[in-house]
Design a protein around this ligand. Sequence first.
Ligand code: GDP
Length: 444
Amino acid sequence: MFDKLSERLQGVMESLRGRGRLTDENISDTLRQVRMALLEADVALPVVKTFVESIRTKVVGQEIDKSLTPGQTLIRIINDELIALMGAGVRPLNLRAQPPVVILLAGLQGAGKTTSAAKLAKWLKDHERKRVLLASTDVYRPAAILQLERLATQLGIGFYPSDPSKPALTLAREALQEARRSLYEVLIVDTAGRLHVDAEMMAEIRAISAEVMPTETLFVVDSMAGQDAVNAARAFGEALSLTGVVLTKTDGDARGGAALSVRQITGQPILFMGTGEKTDALEPFHAERVVSRMLGMGDVLSLVESVSRNVDREQAEKLARKLKKGKGFDLEDLHEQLLQVQKMGGLSALMDKLPAQFAGKAAAAPQANDKEVRRQVAVIRSMTPGERRYPKTIDASRKRRIAAGSGVPVSEVNRLLKSHMQMQKMMKMMGKGGGLGKMMRAFG
Ligand code: GDP
């Protein structure tokens, strides 16, 4: 998400770095660039206006911090205002109400409601140990009901079998009765969406809301949608008492306008973000992390979290110790890392979270997809232990032998060796800067 915006803002930041003095002129120039970048990202105009104005007010009223250059002060303010725009801190789901706690999902068709319903159910099951019942009231799209049922079954989560010949309101009532009867702790109600806001849909979802009295009414919005999302947010916000937002498809290279607008338009915090199509691709939304990633400062915190969730700690600690001792990163380590990477949803998911200067280098390495990762694992497995430790000893004839053994062309063996060298360099840099070592120690 925010690829373009991120690029633009980093350009603005870059032009401010090292500036000794801020003048009216370069403040105006910076604000103009920020404004352009936001508009280009399809952030709603009123949001852009208030945002830029509030930066201007803060810059003018700012006591210049002695430890920061004026350029840094401006960067700091932009950083803080972006965080404020999307909401600082993390607001967890309110699960304290009398069970069953009802969560109602609202949003346009295709926003990702059904997927998010399943993801939320899984999240609640895994992280909060809740017994969850999923129900769909999308009687206009029996396929959507089936899809939710399939996901629920896959995840081992309760599903209320909605009969599409009944009215949506009846289904909502029955699902709630079932949740009460079977002592579910949470009921998640997926609703019908249309392609555009229409009065009938709003009337229906209001009736459903009045029937099930949700504790949380979450507006699900596609981060790739720009102005449409803003209109939808406004319409749903007027029809329902929204309590939060789920931002989906943040894994795309979207402009991300909705992400920046939706909080101000609905007045409600973003609670979660969807980061992929799979049911475990849901993360609590941390504006601080999203902004630091946007401004190119990387997101070591999310990285640490995703690493610590998925990685074998012992392996990670071993690598951290090794790097700390200044030992190199050999192919044995790369082999371990590739196996871990497979566990973590692929390298691109990981690289997305690295600071730009490292990610750029690493992105040049060709481990872009899972198939390739599997082949690379096979190549390393065809090497002798000595070769894994000292890849420089691999000569042309051994390369041919390794290629034959792993069923790939020699060029692929070469590519792996080259990319390993690049990674080795990167690891060294991160190790020196304390980056990786620190990161590893954080969960060691
Ligand atoms: P609904 O019409 O609002 O119920 O939307 P769906 O849940 O059917 O989602 C529409 C499409 O978006 C599906 O193809 C989903 O797989 C996809 N989708 C939903 N959330 C995400 C996400 O966070 N990332 C990605 N990449 N795709 C998503």
